[in-house]
Ligand binder design. Structure first.
Ligand code: 5GP
Length: 190
């Protein structure tokens, strides 16, 4: 999506060779006009799917997930992050290794909000190694719901998350794919 690529080039900041900071429009301050346009674009790729629920993980996936929920007219569920496993059997739990934080954490979704009749679209701000998506997929599998696909704002194509997901037959659509960020230079995939 050209609008997003232009914005990344204008306002994105590369940390090291593999972290992109986009706090001014996606991760801290949110540009809702851009968010709306991104939602419309992302929806096109899943318009043929019967989506009954949007799933994301707090907190940075929530804005784009809300736009998608609004456009599909379905509820948005966000997995909550907790420090330790709790003994509440009313939750589905998944484990996620955070690439940016360098540690694992547990995500959970109440059994009230996902069931075997749901067709779920996972939405997130970034796709790197795919750990957050696999954690959410684990929760979807526990609930018996069907994963229709994964919609991502920014994919870092030099990390293997997308490749591994696609290898298992999961539909993954990203609005911008970055092939490299070496020495601060952002190179997009066409
Ligand atoms: P993954 O689980 O695919 O390895 O990483 C995806 C998650 O980590 C996203 O939910 C996102 O919050 C965070 N993340 C990964 N890479 C980046 C990055 O380069 N910049 C930002 N802002 N977040 C990232």
């Amino acid at each position: 999506m050209q609008l997003l690529k232009d914005r990344i080039l204008k306002d994105g900041r590369v940390i090291g060779n593999d972290i992109l900071k986009v706090d001014s429009f996606l991760n801290h301050q949110i540009d809702m006009k851009l968010m709306g346009a991104m939602g419309v674009e992302l929806k096109k790729s899943f318009a043929d799917r019967k989506i009954t629920k949007i799933l994301t993980v707090e907190s940075s996936g929530i804005p784009i997930a809300c736009v998608m929920g609004y456009l599909f007219e379905v509820p948005v569920v966000f997995a909550k992050k907790v420090e330790a496993r709790n003994l509440d059997t009313e939750d589905y739990e998944g484990e996620v290794y955070s690439f940016t934080k360098g540690r694992s954490y547990i995500i959970r979704v109440s059994k009230k909000y996902l069931s075997s009749t749901d067709h779920v679209l996972i939405v997130d701000d970034f796709l790197a190694n795919g750990k957050a998506v696999w954690g959410m997929k684990d929760i979807i599998d526990q609930s018996g719901a069907f994963l229709e696909g994964v919609g991502i704002v920014i994919e870092k194509g030099f990390q293997d998350g997308s490749k591994l997901l696609k290898e298992t037959g999961i539909k993954v659509v990203s609005l911008a794919v970055i092939d490299s960020m070496e020495n601060g230079k952002i190179v997009f995939r066409d």
